[in-house]
Structure formats: structure tokens, C-alpha cells
Design a protein around this ligand. Structure first.
Ligand SMILES: [Zn+2]
Length: 627
């Protein structure tokens, strides 16, 4: 072989091994960085991680002290950072989330003036023991950039040490804060290295208040010092309960962790007696967790504490609820947590519960998820309590166990969790036909088709706030998943969620990985569904069009006004009192047709009704015709 043909062969090999099939490229929009990731085989068109997939690992060892009186937190951390990427990293990007409350910072959601401060103070940063030059620090919104004194080469392990001090919110804010004078939910509290991934490189847009988070996986070794009369609950597993608790309470914690029924670990009388922890000025809480994406903790000297456990599959998981003495519905949360953890571990996604324990903290302002913890309001109704508890626990799988980039694709976890959360809730209330999902459909119908709110789901989450954020992160993609569930049937749809969870647990999928995994589980290329519902403007709206009376049959034309594929149910009532119901799956629209003819048996038609409450329908004009 001469040099020219060798070169040609090489080029051909290069071309064929790197290019994506044309059919796939034509199916929907491929941003260049996503296309490049698939061409580089870090991701694969079959929905699996590609053969060159990588993710960096960040293990945290943190020592911190929290001062309830001043809400100050001082900490020092060592991040052991494994650079598994093929790139050499010389600038390191961190999130200082409490800088959301820094004076003058860019935000897309209001914060109370009382919480504004001068920002997180970085005392020092060193990499592999060498101090970074503080003159080269850069700060923009919540991002902190350090010019590393050492280049982080591919496959290197580096230790990054950071010492800092910060003020935590003095009131309850979104997702975290101070709930009474001595009860705190402490989240987003340590300098956290941004994710460097195969699609974006550094994911360093920062946090503006609305869009959520994106995290490396890592092991946490955390030590928190707090005044001795405070109890602490966290994302981790407590290593030194016997050092902190008096014998009676150490026993109760152990008892609850093995109990199917709820044990009052700390009740009001115990709080009055104040002999829960051993006498001391302060206690050091030693906590750890493995392969986790974040770490939060809560402290209180007055909250009550219920505990129980649930045998979820083959593993017994302790579940706890901690709440103010005047809470109304929070006492239900331990029991709901048991049922929910069991549902997720054994039914959907039927993957072992990712944490060794779970604590529900009584907070305010809706609900929020953290690894091994949830922070939820005390709702006035049992329904809301059940709905929010099941939802927030569902986040254990997405975005945590499956590491979703919520900054860009917040819908991935919220839509999946809206779906599995409602399935868990439906299971608990005996809603065997999953009618509860009708509530999501109602919400969809209220806003769908509005130009400023109903925008394509694939818009980057961090560009959105207010109504478009809520609609495109939760309501619209969850509605789409529900339609897919109807189309595929429960078994295949559950299998798709299970396959996706199993494939991507401990990893960072993007939407294309989800689409391709669902395609595989469905045994069908569903691009005709993904493209309109996730990439394009449009909505769900069918209408009854022309009615033609034929010799042996009547033809009713159904017009697709909104452009999105949706199923149809046509009910035809005849003058003689008989009725015909015709159902068509949403793939009748897969070729992009705008109208579809339905043949119905001949006879004198009295009334035609199109669709029902479980099929999203944005305009009810022309959905019911009396002849
Ligand atoms: Zn959620």
C-alpha cells in the first residue's frame, strides 16, 4: 500500500469511526458540543455511556463549626480530585453557593434584604500543598476561580485545600435557612468544585437562584462542631453516636433503626428534660457517606424526632422525621417515608434505595431534596404531605443517584420524579388507574400554548426563571412522559425508567442518553415523539374537523391544531342510543401529518366527543359537536 492509499484508509477509518449516522443527526437538533461528545465516543447512540466516557471524582474531607447565635460557619476542606478527563486543568472552578446572598450578585429570584452579606470569605487555597496566588482569584456570581499553582494533568490525583468562613441565611430562604431561633437547615455550605465533563468542559455558569445544581460524585468525610445541646441530622451516616448521645437515646436510635413501627426518639418531655446528649460545651459530629453528590445537615435544640425503618428489598433503611412541636401533619412523614422508600426500591425504578438512611426535616417553602435528606413544609392537608414527601424522596434517584446536570437540564430529574413520585403516591392512596396524574394535565392545559411560558423543554434551565422555568421543568416534560407511558404501556415504560437508572447510576447522563435508552427499552425509534415534545414549540390540541357521511361509514377528520403528537379517543353517540368509542395511539401523527381521518360505523350521529380529562387538550373548541 502506498502512502496515499494509507492516508486515505486512515481518513476513511477516522471518518467512519467518528461520524454519527445521518439518520440520527437528522432526527432532531444536535448542539455542536453534544454532537462532538457522541463523535468522541464519550456517549453512545445506544444510550449507554460511551467507550471513552469519563467523569472526574471529588472526595471531600470537611471540618466545620457552626455558630447558631451568629449563623457563622467556619470550615476547612480537602478535596481529593481525580482528573479522569483527557484535559489538563490549570484554572479550577468552584461554586460558593452562599454568594447568592452577596451584595450586588446576579440573581433571577428575589432574596430578603436581611440575608444580604459581603460574600463568602476565602482564607486560603492550596493545591498539593502549594498556596494559590490570591491576587489571581476571580469571582463572578457564585463562581470562584482559582489559578492553580499546579497543573492537574490527565489521570492525576490532586489535593485541594480550602479554608473559608461565611454567614448562613438568618431566615428561611429557598431550600435552606433558619426556621426558628435555634433550628437550621444548612445546605450549599462548602466550596464545591464545579463539574468538568465531556460536553461542556467546566460547568461554571453559577447559581442564580432558580436553576438547580450539578455535582461530581465523591465520598464525604465530614466533622461538624456545634453546641452540645443541639441535635444534628445529615446526608451522612453518624459514626460516633455513642460519644454524643446519652445511653437512653443512643439505644432509642438503634431501636428505631430496626423497627417497623414509629419510635419517638425525642419527644417534648425529653426536650424539657434536656439530657439527650452528654454534658459538654460542644460536640463533634463525625459523619461519612460514599459516592454521593452533595452533603447537607440540620441542627436544632428543640425539634422532636421520630424514627422507624423499612426493609426495602433486602436492605433495612432507617427513616427519620424531625419537626417543630407544633407541626400538624409532619407526624405522618415517617410512615409515608417507609412506604415510599419501599415503593422506589421494589417497584419503580426497582433499584436499591441509594442511601443508608433518610431524614425528613420540617422546613418551609414547599419541599427540597438533598442526598439522604428532604426539607419539606408542614402542609395543612394529608394529600399535600403525601404528594410532596413522595416527590422529594424520589429525587434520591434523580438527580442524585443518577447525576443529572440540573443547571442545564432540570427537567430530566423533575419530570422523572414528578412521574415516579405520583406513582408512589397513587400506590399509597389506592389510585390504581393513576387518575392523580390528571392534576398535572390540568396544570399543563392552563399554560400550554402561551408564547412566553410554553417554550421548548430543551432550553437551558439556567436561562429560565419564574413561570417558564416551572412549566418547562416540571409540567410540560412530565405530561410528555405520561403520554409516553400511555403509548408504551406501563410495563415497557417502567422498564425504560429502570434501564435508564441502572445504566446511569453514579454517572452524568444528558437528555440524548435518556432518549436513546428509552428508544432501546421501547424497541422503537421515538424521535417522532422526542422532537416535537422536547425540541419544538407547540402544544397539545386536537379538534373535530370535517364530518363526511359515506355509504358504509362516516369519516370524521381530526385536526392536529397544536402540532404535538397526542392520542385520541373519539366517542360517537348515535340517534338510536348506541355508542362507539374509537381509540388511536399518538403515533398516528408520527409522519407529521396535520389531520387524520377516522372511519366510524354508519348511522345517524347525534354527538361526537373528542378526548377526555386524561388527554391534554389546550383548547376545548371543536372537541364536542352535536349534530
Ligand atoms: Zn422536585
Amino acid at each position: 500500500m502506498n502512502n496515499l492509499s494509507l492516508a486515505l484508509l486512515f481518513l476513511t477509518l477516522l471518518f467512519t469511526s467518528n461520524s454519527l449516522p445521518a439518520q440520527l443527526l437528522n432526527e432532531f437538533y444536535w448542539p455542536l458540543e453534544v454532537k462532538t461528545a457522541y463523535e468522541n465516543h464519550t456517549r453512545s447512540p445506544d444510550g449507554n455511556p460511551g467507550k471513552n466516557y469519563f467523569q472526574n471524582q471529588a472526595d471531600y474531607s470537611i471540618q466545620a463549626e457552626f455558630f447558631p447565635d451568629t449563623k457563622m460557619l467556619n470550615g476547612v476542606e480537602t478535596i481529593t480530585y481525580k482528573n479522569n478527563s483527557p484535559d489538563t486543568l490549570s484554572n479550577l472552578y468552584f461554586n460558593l453557593f452562599q454568594n447568592l446572598y452577596k451584595k450586588g450578585i446576579t440573581r433571577d429570584a428575589d432574596v430578603d434584604a436581611i440575608n444580604i452579606h459581603d460574600g463568602v470569605k476565602i482564607k486560603r487555597v492550596s493545591v498539593n500543598g502549594i498556596l494559590a496566588d490570591s491576587n489571581l482569584y476571580r469571582f463572578y456570581n457564585t463562581i470562584f476561580v482559582v489559578h492553580s499553582p499546579v497543573k492537574l494533568t490527565p489521570s492525576s490525583n490532586s489535593t485541594i485545600e480550602i479554608e473559608w468562613t461565611e454567614k448562613m441565611p438568618v431566615t428561611d430562604v429557598k431550600r435552606q435557612g433558619t426556621y426558628d431561633s435555634s433550628s437550621f437547615f444548612i445546605a450549599y455550605w462548602y466550596p464545591k468544585i464545579c463539574v468538568f465533563d465531556d460536553v461542556e468542559g467546566w460547568n461554571a455558569v453559577g447559581h442564580k437562584g432558580t436553576a438547580e445544581f450539578y455535582s461530581d460524585f465523591g465520598n464525604f468525610d465530614v466533622e461538624i462542631t456545634a453546641p452540645a445541646n443541639y441535635l444534628l441530622w445529615s446526608s451522612g451516616n453518624l459514626q460516633n453516636a455513642d460519644e454524643i448521645f446519652t445511653k437512653k437515646f443512643a439505644e432509642r436510635i438503634k431501636q428505631a433503626a430496626q423497627s417497623d413501627t414509629v419510635v419517638q426518639i425525642v419527644n417534648e418531655a425529653d426536650r424539657k428534660e434536656n439530657q439527650i446528649t452528654k454534658p459538654s460545651e460542644k460536640h463533634l459530629w463525625k459523619l461519612n457517606s460514599e459516592n454521593q453528590t452533595d452533603f447537607a445537615f440540620a441542627l436544632s435544640d428543640c425539634y422532636l424526632w421520630d424514627g422507624a425503618s423499612v426493609l426495602a428489598g433486602s436492605v433495612r433503611i432507617p427513616v427519620n422525621s424531625v419537626y417543630q412541636a407544633n407541626a400538624k401533619n409532619f407526624k405522618l412523614v415517617t410512615r409515608i417515608s417507609q412506604l415510599t422508600v419501599d415503593f422506589y426500591a421494589t417497584q419503580l425504578p426497582a433499584i436499591p434505595f441509594p442511601y443508608k438512611q433518610l431524614t425528613a426535616f420540617h422546613g418551609r417553602r414547599g419541599g427540597m431534596e438533598f442526598p439522604g435528606m428532604i426539607n419539606d413544609d408542614d402542609f395543612s392537608s394529608d394529600m399535600e404531605t403525601g404528594f410532596v414527601t413522595t416527590h422529594e424522596i424520589g429525587h434520591a434517584y434523580f438527580p442524585f443517584n443518577v447525576g443529572i446536570n440540573e443547571q442545564k437540564y432540570g427537567w430530566m430529574d423533575e419530570a422523572l420524579v414528578t412521574f415516579i413520585g405520583l406513582e408512589a403516591f397513587a400506590d399509597q392512596i389506592g389510585d390504581t388507574n393513576f387518575m392523580i396524574f390528571g392534576e398535572v394535565i390540568k396544570s399543563y392545559q392552563e399554560k400550554a400554548g402561551s408564547q412566553t411560558i410554553d417554550i421548548p423543554v430543551m432550553m437551558a434551565s439556567y436561562e429560565l426563571s419564574d413561570q417558564p422555568a416551572g412549566f418547562t421543568t416540571y409540567i410540560k416534560p412530565a405530561t410528555a412522559l405520561y403520554l409516553l407511558y400511555n403509548y408504551l404501556g406501563k410495563e415497557k415504560f417502567y422498564q425504560a425508567i429502570r434501564l435508564f437508572t441502572d445504566r446511569w447510576k453514579g454517572k452524568h447522563p444528558i437528555p440524548y442518553d435518556l432518549f436513546f435508552t428509552f428508544n432501546e427499552a421501547a424497541d422503537e425509534d421515538l424521535a417522532w415523539f422526542w422532537k416535537p415534545w422536547f425540541f419544538e414549540f407547540g402544544y397539545s390540541d386536537l379538534a373535530i374537523g370535517e364530518i363526511k357521511k359515506g355509504k358504509n361509514a362516516n369519516i370524521i377528520t381530526i385536526e392536529n391544531k397544536g402540532g404535538y403528537p397526542v392520542p385520541l379517543i373519539l366517542t360517537i353517540k348515535y340517534m338510536d342510543g348506541t355508542k362507539e368509542v374509537i381509540k388511536k395511539k399518538m403515533d398516528i401523527w408520527k409522519t407529521g401529518i396535520k389531520s387524520y381521518d377516522v372511519g366510524v360505523p354508519e348511522g345517524d350521529i347525534e354527538e361526537i366527543i373528542l378526548n377526555n380529562a386524561m388527554i391534554p387538550e389546550c383548547s376545548n373548541d371543536n372537541n364536542r359537536i352535536r349534530l
